[in-house]
Unconditional design. Structure first.
Length: 286
């Protein structure tokens, strides 16, 4: 037997940004492979159903927003909480059963192997997007926006608009994601930031699932999302050309959060940033 110490398995935390997922969360949770995930966190964005109660019955850690903060705002809470639990890898999984949680081991493998810091679960690496129920207008919009993002960001991705993702801790400790939108374009901004800060992106193939209970953005919101994604690309172009430098693409997370959060969320806070002594307990809010 080798006397070399086997590297410790990474701490994997699954985060679920939730809104009205009572009908699907149990199936999503049941498919998560045993022995792979260390912790599951659900952030509820003021659901009007029993999402919170069911999640707690399943033993999931639940954070409930006092008011609806939007899809992007939900993810901000997810990632800050995950960093606070000392996660090495964070998996974002929608609790609406639209993505196959059994594929989490494959999703995190490129990060474990050091090949990427962001891994996307792509529904376009296989040919089943339309067969899986994706509406035609979403298919066309997804293709158009992904092509635009590839051209601007100089990538070769098959899909940029997936809700099944894995992030390395290194990436989340760097990107200033709390400056991003609280709306759906948060996902596009994360990809733009990943490229801007020089991180690598990988993909795995995942099946497409569209059904009645799965959450989906309607046609009007899809238009707003598409325009916002194009705006994020324009922001990147302006920043790279030094025409309009963007803090979202230049500042790092440690530079924009309070020193109290730096010390509690980041593994290596700045050495010259010692927390002042206080006789009162400090409660951190995300």
């Amino acid at each position: 037997m080798s006397d070399r110490t086997k590297p410790a398995a990474p701490r994997v935390v699954v985060v679920m940004p939730a809104y009205n997922a009572a009908k699907t969360i149990e199936r999503t949770y049941a498919d998560i492979p045993a022995g792979v995930v260390n912790q599951i966190i659900l952030v509820d964005d003021m659901s009007q159903d029993e999402t919170v109660e069911i999640a707690r019955q399943l033993g999931i850690e639940v954070i409930v927003h006092i008011q609806n903060r939007g899809y992007g705002g939900n993810q901000k809470t997810c990632y800050l909480r995950a960093l606070g639990t000392d996660a090495d890898i964070v998996v974002m999984l929608h609790p609406d059963y639209q993505y196959d949680s059994r594929l989490i081991p494959e999703l995190i493998r490129p990060i474990q192997d050091g090949r990427a810091d962001l891994v996307l679960g792509s529904r376009f690496l296989s040919s089943g997007a339309l067969a899986g129920g994706m509406p035609l207008y979403k298919f066309i919009a997804n293709r158009f926006l992904t092509i635009a993002e590839n051209l601007v960001l100089r990538q070769n991705l098959s899909e940029c608009h997936t809700g099944f993702r894995a992030y390395s801790r290194r990436l989340l400790e760097t990107l200033p994601f709390i400056l991003n939108s609280d709306d759906f374009v948060f996902d596009s901004q994360i990809i733009v930031q990943t490229v801007a800060f020089g991180f690598k992106i990988a993909e795995i193939a995942v099946p497409t699932r569209y059904f009645k209970e799965a959450s989906s953005v309607n046609f009007q919101r899809s238009i707003v999302y598409g325009l916002a994604t194009l705006s994020a690309l324009a922001e990147y172009i302006g920043d790279r050309a030094n025409l309009r430098p963007s803090p979202r693409l230049r500042k790092t997370l440690p530079q924009i959060i309070s020193r109290y959060h730096r010390q509690r969320l980041l593994r290596v806070p700045p050495t010259n940033d010692a927390e002042p002594a206080s006789p009162y307990p400090i409660t951190l809010e995300f």
